[in-house]
Design a protein around this ligand. Structure first.
Ligand SMILES: [Ca+2]
Ligand SMILES: [Ca+2]
Ligand SMILES: [Ca+2]
Length: 447
């Protein structure tokens, strides 16, 4: 173990930066780093390297996000699509992050949210020259002494930084990297400052030209300010909602899952008194439920199956609370659209039937005891859908392991409720409307 900075290593050739940097500089004691900071700030003047400022515009964070952008399908030809990935070795996808399409004059013309694989897509793009860039609200990380030291070494010419990494190192947005930036990293690392001035994240800005029927691929890198060595791995999946890990509702503990900007219950609702399949659920002041095969064990596993009126607590109010806990409600058709798009950018909520390419795979548990064909499911969204089956209007329970059907609180012009379906062999998600006397599963979403 080293107890002081090894001068031979400090003077490593420029080309020797990658790979070993992380482990090596973790060993540098804080005193030595502070001495180096002091030395560099008084001992070396004028050796700063000018870099172009390609900041993510701080104003962007104040602009409302237009989720989804134009309806997208794979048949659209004038499109811009790609991946948003962290500038680390793993190329970690940035989920739930906003990608902006700007005109040559810098005006934002569209925005969309990356899905669970970091994918985004703009469709029906008019001919012209655009800039694509991104921003995210994902918590930052990976900012420590090693990064401060790299900034310093770059400043005094002992280390190379390239591209986004230089911008990541220019903490105070001065246009160059010097000891002031290194000191800010050090201060944040030891907790002397909460945050850096300006943006927490910096993304590439890439120019792209659209002419007739062109489909352009534009992949973007993004990095936390201060993570010069790119060793952060941002979270990608299965986060509980901030501040609400779980809740107790009528004797059952439900857990939560954050999907895009929505908070969902991670389990199907299971409230009320079981009635048998040939009875109807009535407006009698008592919440009634069906349990698959009239077996309460199935309600414990799959949740209850509810007729639409019962689920809505005999209200027609789209987005109403229904039988959900207080401060939660039955998701609308639009809220299902938003959720579906945030896990799979290809979902087009203006159509009927199957939508998307991976939405179903990312919503279903990857468990062959729950789905007859679960091999390619990932549950990457954390939604954890089970093959719960349903009770149809002919009073028959059908299809556990093959289907999950979820009500929305919205109805079409004929007053038939919209629902979503997942199928054991389906990779996408199914949107349609039907008779309200079916018994389907219910998920609640936070107000
Ligand atoms: Ca600077
Ligand atoms: Ca780092
Ligand atoms: Ca009832």
């Amino acid at each position: 173990m080293k107890t002081a900075i090894d001068s031979n290593q400090i003077r490593r050739p420029v080309s020797d930066v990658s790979g070993g940097v992380k482990n090596h500089f973790n060993l540098v004691p804080t005193q030595a780093l502070l001495m180096l900071l002091l030395f560099s700030s008084i001992g070396i003047q004028g050796f700063s390297i000018n870099i172009p400022i390609v900041e993510t515009d701080p104003v962007l964070s104040c602009i409302p996000v237009i989720t989804g952008g134009s309806p997208c399908s794979d048949t659209n030809t004038s499109s811009i699509s790609g991946k948003l990935q962290y500038d680390n070795e793993e190329h970690t996808p940035l989920i739930n992050s906003t990608v902006y399409l700007k005109t040559g004059s810098g005006v934002i013309t569209d925005s969309t949210i990356t899905d669970l694989y970091g994918n985004y897509k703009f469709c029906n793009v008019q001919n012209g020259v655009y800039t694509v860039t991104a921003i995210t609200n994902i918590p930052t990380g990976g900012i420590n002494n090693a990064d401060a030291l790299i900034s310093l070494r770059f400043f005094i010419g002992f280390t190379m930084l390239e591209g986004l990494r230089i911008q990541a190192a220019d903490i105070n947005n001065s246009g160059y990297v010097n000891s002031s930036d290194a000191l800010l990293i050090q201060k944040k690392f030891v907790g002397m400052i909460e945050d850096f001035p300006g943006n927490r994240w910096i993304a590439e800005e890439k120019s792209v030209s659209i002419s007739d029927s062109s489909a352009q691929i534009v992949n973007l890198k993004i990095i936390c300010k201060g993570d010069d060595n790119g060793d952060y791995v941002p979270p990608v999946v299965n986060q509980a909602c901030p501040g609400i890990q779980s809740l107790d509702y009528q004797g059952k503990i439900y857990t939560t899952i954050q999907i895009g900007n929505q908070c969902w219950l991670k389990e199907n609702l299971n409230v009320g008194v079981m009635i048998v399949n040939d009875s109807s659920q009535k407006n009698n002041g008592v919440v009634e439920k069906y349990c698959y095969d009239d077996d309460s064990v199935n309600c414990a596993l799959y949740g209850g199956l509810y007729q639409w009126d019962e689920m809505m607590a005999y209200s027609d109010n789209s987005g109403g609370q229904g039988i959900c806990p207080s401060e939660w409600h039955i998701p609308t058709d639009e809220e299902w659209c938003t959720m579906s798009k945030s896990i799979d950018y290809r979902v087009n909520c203006e159509s009927l039937g199957w939508e998307g390419a991976t939405a179903g795979l990312t919503l279903k548990v990857a468990d062959s005891s729950q789905w007859h064909s679960a091999t390619s499911s990932t549950n990457q969204s954390g939604f954890s859908a089970l093959g719960s089956g349903y009770r149809n209007i002919h009073k028959v329970f059908r299809n556990t392991g093959y289907y999950a059907l979820f009500w929305t609180s919205s109805r079409n012009a004929e007053l038939n409720p919209w629902y979503r379906s997942l199928y054991t062999f389906g990779d996408g998600i199914y949107r349609y409307n039907t008779f309200k006397d079916h018994g389907f599963s219910v998920r609640c979403v936070k107000n």
